[in-house]
Ligand binder design. Sequence first.
Ligand code: FAD
Ligand code: NAD
Length: 407
Amino acid sequence: AGKPRIVVLGAGYAGILTTRRLQNLLSSDEAEIVLVNKHNYHYLTTWLHEVAAGTGDDDRITIQIKDVIDTDRVHLIKDTVLEVQKEEHRVILSHGEALIYDYLVVALGFEPATFGIPGIMKHALTIRSMNSARKIRHKIEALFADFADSNDEQEKLTFIVGGAGFTGIEFAAELAERIPVLCEQYAVDPRRVQVLNVEAAPGILAGFDPDLADYSKQSLERLGVEFRLSTRIKSVDPQGVTLLTEAGEERIESATVIWTGGVQGNSVVCGSAFEAQRGRIPAGEDLRIPGYDNVFVLGDCSAFLDKGTGRPYPPTAQLAILQSDVCAQNIVTLLRGGQELKTFVPFMKGAVASLGAHDAVGKVFGIKVRGTMAMIMKAIIDIRYMLMLGSPKLIFGKGKLSTYVMP
Ligand code: FAD
Ligand code: NAD
């Protein structure tokens, strides 16, 4: 028999770091490593809101996989995973031949959760990948171009951001900052453009420190975002959106909805190949899928239980990054015949969110940060990640810092 084959599905935070760590830990005699990803680039999902609003540059958040992975050591397959056939230990790809694995790492990330709300997938836009973010940017520009031709003075250009979690807040801030620029470019009266953030809960950023949520709300209001709290998106259709408020239903015609109402695991593997709970595959303490000794699941398509709260950890890049380390070590242990796998014990550092180009907010190691301090923290988070990807060169070319040093 040949060398054992490790197949990693997805080159997001979880997949690319697991691959890098395996590449460094294993000699080429020990195993063949295969990385499958839809594109030949890795993107920084944590900055997609800027691409979507058109305030950030695509190039600053994409990294060619070959620049951070040794493609002589790792076999990179640019293809789309269609199915995992777990009993046969193989992966079905869109173009290539079926891929047999000895060890599998499932790291295919997230997709929007729609909670069955009619019309979301068809008529709303979602931030889920580089291409979906670009699509939002193009749509916004096209809407401005059309609106500039409209002669109806009563008509408004309305953007509805559906959901005030971190994604909705970060995106709404960027959009609000882009609007004056677009109004200037397309000669549109700014008073005729509105950004509404619609949130089902009574407050924004549920679960985040209330002081910091208030700070974020005020920061966005200064940028011109209007909040509609305790208001739920009921349905989206080609003519507009129906909201459900405490007073009853409300209709907003010709509004464009950008849905940021939540995420779930990639449906390629969740539910079809492996048993999912609320759209995610439960991961065991060693990050394997219980019942499948050679299959690991990481990042946004997994659910890892927080024993403190009794609920899974929220899906974050931070968690995906931490998991990649333990996953790689556990695969090495299994390959070398060991039995004692490491238990994943996450040490979460906090969260930092951008509020447009000039403000940010966060809580790091229990300390609240706002404004410049929070912006610095966000740049440091990027720098640490670039270093993990093993390329100090990237620091000035990619991520947030690059926008400060190379405007
Ligand atoms: P992903 O990053 O989603 O990567 C999945 C990879 O799989 C992608 O490369 C994709 O192309 C590939 N793929 C998908 N389907 C297929 C297929 N069928 N075949 C082949 N390849 C496929 N978290 C934080 O910790 N901090 C933040 O500041 C933060 N900011 C965020 C901002 C935004 C706008 C968003 C949307 C999310 C943010 N998050 C943040 C959450 C974070 O981005 C995710 O938790 C993280 O991306 C999960 O990493 P992952 O590796 O599991 O998946
Ligand atoms: P989320 O689940 O955190 O927030 C979704 C929001 O949409 C909730 O507030 C929910 O009440 C609201 N909502 C749901 N249905 C609705 C409806 N019908 N009408 C109106 N509002 C509705 O989702 P997210 O913001 O996409 O975040 C996903 C994950 O990514 C989270 O774990 C988050 O922490 C992480 N993330 C982190 C950062 C950061 O740290 N800077 C940024 C973005 C995302």
